[in-house]
Design a protein around this ligand. Structure first.
Ligand code: ADP
Length: 156
């Protein structure tokens, strides 16, 4: 790893990865040379789509975008960020409700590692449906494809 390029880490549960998440990556690519999307393991958060399948589907989705890499990790986010030597953590804000939470994470991560967080707003129309709403719709048998980026398919 080297410091020639501006590299960012986009961490999250991505259960599932929404059109809003894809929008954050697209916007992030205007600011950064390279983005690592990292699917976090957190045993306390009940996962719907298996982690391996989240990673597989995202790698397939971004296979023609060499500036995006997809990984999973099961450490503290900042430890992973240091391990892969990124300069920034990238997060998304869907609405004002996310602000306090994202501010706290950014602050803690900065205290722990010195790594700055860049927060981008998702396009309003894409931001209104969260992963948890999609999981609920799917649970009750609704077609969720319109909330996923076109071309992203999970095999579950
Ligand atoms: P976490 O559990 O770490 O918040 P998520 O997968 O829910 O993981 O979110 C990852 C990042 O994407 C967070 O910065 C979150 O605020 C942001 N995010 C979540 N949903 C959306 C959305 N629909 N549009 C844009 N950003 C989003």
């Amino acid at each position: 790893m080297n410091n020639e390029f501006r590299r960012a880490l986009f961490p999250g549960s991505f259960d599932p990865f929404t059109r809003g998440h894809a929008d954050i990556v697209e916007r992030g690519l205007k600011l950064f040379d390279h983005i690592t999307i990292a699917v976090g393991h957190n045993e306390q958060k009940r996962g719907w789509i298996p982690i391996e399948e989240r990673v597989r589907a995202l790698r397939e989705f971004y296979k023609d975008e060499p500036r995006v890499q997809v990984e999973s990790y099961d450490t503290l986010t900042v430890d992973f960020a240091r391990r892969i030597d990124v300069h920034f953590i990238l997060r998304g804000i869907r609405s004002i409700n996310d602000y306090e939470y994202e501010l706290q994470i950014a602050d803690i991560n900065h205290d722990l590692s010195g790594i700055e967080t860049v927060v981008l707003f998702a396009q309003p129309g894409l931001a209104n449906v969260s992963s948890s709403i999609i999981r609920e719709l799917a649970h009750y048998g609704r077609d969720i494809r319109e909330w996923l980026p076109e071309g992203l398919t999970y095999q579950i």
